[in-house]
Ligand binder design. Structure first.
Ligand SMILES: NC(=O)c1ccc[n+]([C@@H]2O[C@H](COP(=O)([O-])OP(=O)(O)OC[C@H]3O[C@@H](n4cnc5c(N)ncnc54)[C@H](OP(=O)(O)O)[C@@H]3O)[C@@H](O)[C@H]2O)c1
Length: 430
């Protein structure tokens, strides 16, 4: 091959990083890929927009067919975002026998299997390393580095915005709303942060990770999702007193052929490697049957970290083209999906509640836990300012989700309990 030609869909944050690398690192990339890489066309919405990187006017187009149907283009890099239109673009590129690289987790979480199948049918590559945890090469680690092991559990801090907010709340006595505003001003949170703070973005990434680690056709409906909007400063305070940090954790577990995927604020012991992942950083903790504990840490987003993942995919595709192995690396789910029932989901819980300050109230509460078979590992009780009630924070021993939720509803109806403020999973003790 004398050279390969690339068409770019999108020239925003990630697109600019990709072009920067293609231009600045031309020689090194050519050496590593085995031939020069040429940027042929760039699709944008607005050709007149002022760009950080200057390219000749004729390189830009607003017509997707100039990339998707262009016979000179071998590889399409999709960094424009969105779902429906992008899905059609990728199908069209694959039908035209172009290999595709995408950074789009929204798309891959929903239509990943469909697009991978289309790529396989067309003998094309479809790589998407940048779609999970930006600059951390976690997809490659699962499919290559850990290919020989059985992954039992993954826990991920895979959303930088929520990790930034919780880290700040952990360091300073500030509310969720105050930190969100600051994060928006600093560019760590979107103007509309819903998909981040409600846990949807993390859920999408856990779907992509689970698909690769467990070879099961999971989708978003299989993920139980809870965001961070209800996490109060008091939850953080009591977690700390008990020796834990609260993080938004995506959990994916395969146990007895049954899968369980969830995203929720979770307490982790302060000594757990994920507990020290601060600010906008991401990390994925992977537990393999043979390898044991591993953790992958790094920047989860940003222009250059994400572009590195995209361009590394590009080098892999060029190498595959050279060896004639394109489409051979497509990873399609091979196992049937069986979701774990609630009674099989075992974890510890943190619960914070207000208990009436009257004789016998405490034993009424602990009796209920005992009757339900939920034993308590740690407990703190402190008087509230009104002197009529006390705040109680509890860590339970391991129990199952169904039993805990039943206990929660019974506690809510108990006459000595004024209010249950919050409850979260506690992980990482094993
Ligand atoms: N930003 C990150 O750190 C990061 C990290 C990991 C993954 N990702 C993923 O990477 C993708 C791109 O993110 P980004 O942050 O680079 O987005 P962005 O800054 O908003 O850039 C999007 C680019 O796509 C172009 N575009 C959007 N819709 C288009 C359409 N319908 N037709 C033609 N051009 C269109 C825009 O054109 P104009 O410039 O003319 O408006 C812009 O150049 C997303 O899927 C995102 O989830 C991003």
């Amino acid at each position: 091959m004398d050279q390969v030609s690339v068409g770019l869909l999108g020239f925003g944050t990630v697109g600019s990083g990709v072009v920067h690398l293609l231009l600045q690192e031309q020689e090194q990339l050519g050496e590593r890929a085995g031939c020069p890489i040429h940027l042929e066309k760039v699709l944008v919405r607005d050709k007149e927009k002022l760009r950080k990187i200057k390219l000749d006017d004729d390189r830009f187009t607003v017509d997707a067919s100039d990339v998707l149907d262009n016979p000179n283009i071998d590889i399409v890099i999709e960094v424009m975002g969105g779902i429906e239109e992008t899905r059609q673009h990728i199908h069209r590129a694959l039908r035209n026998k172009k290999h595709v690289i995408t950074a789009n987790k929204d798309l891959m979480a929903v239509y990943g299997s469909e697009l991978l199948e289309a790529a396989s049918d067309n003998g094309c590559d479809l790589y998407y390393e940048a779609s999970v945890a930006g600059g951390i090469p976690i997809l490659r680690s699962l499919t290559d580095g850990l290919a020989a092991d059985r992954i039992q559990k993954m826990m991920g801090i895979v959303n930088g915005t929520t990790n930034y907010i919780l880290s700040k709340m952990n360091r300073e006595p500030v509310t969720y709303e105050e930190v969100l505003k600051e994060a928006q001003a600093l560019g760590f949170a979107e103007a509309d942060p819903t998909s981040d703070v409600e846990g949807l973005d993390a859920a999408r990434k856990m779907v992509i990770l689970s698909h690769l680690a467990y070879s099961v056709p999971v989708n978003l409906e299989d993920v139980s999702i809870e965001g961070i909007t209800e996490v109060a400063q008091k939850d953080i305070l009591y977690s700390k007193k008990l020796g834990y940090a609260i993080k938004l954790i995506g959990i994916a577990e395969l146990d007895n052929q049954m899968i369980d995927i969830s995203v929720q604020p979770t307490l982790l012991p302060e000594r757990h490697p994920l507990a020290s992942v601060e600010n906008e950083y991401n990390a994925v903790y992977v537990y393999g049957e043979s390898v044991g504990e591993t953790m992958f840490y790094g920047p989860g987003a940003g222009e250059l970290p994400t572009a590195i993942a995209v361009v590394s995919d590009l080098i892999s595709v060029v190498k595959n083209m050279y060896h004639g192995t394109c489409g051979d690396h497509i990873f399609l789910p091979r196992r049937e999906k069986i979701c774990k029932p609630d009674e099989a989901i075992k974890t510890q819980y943190f619960i914070r509640l207000h208990l009436k300050d009257e004789p016998g109230a405490f034993s009424k509460m602990t009796d209920l836990f005992k009757k339900q078979g939920v034993s308590l590992e740690k407990l703190i009780q402190e008087p509230l300012d009104d002197h009529q009630s006390a705040e109680v924070a509890i860590i339970t021993h391991e129990t199952n989700k169904k039993m805990f939720e039943e206990t929660y509803h019974l506690l809510k109806d108990l006459d000595v309990i004024e209010d249950i403020k919050s409850y979260y999973r506690v992980e990482g003790m094993k």
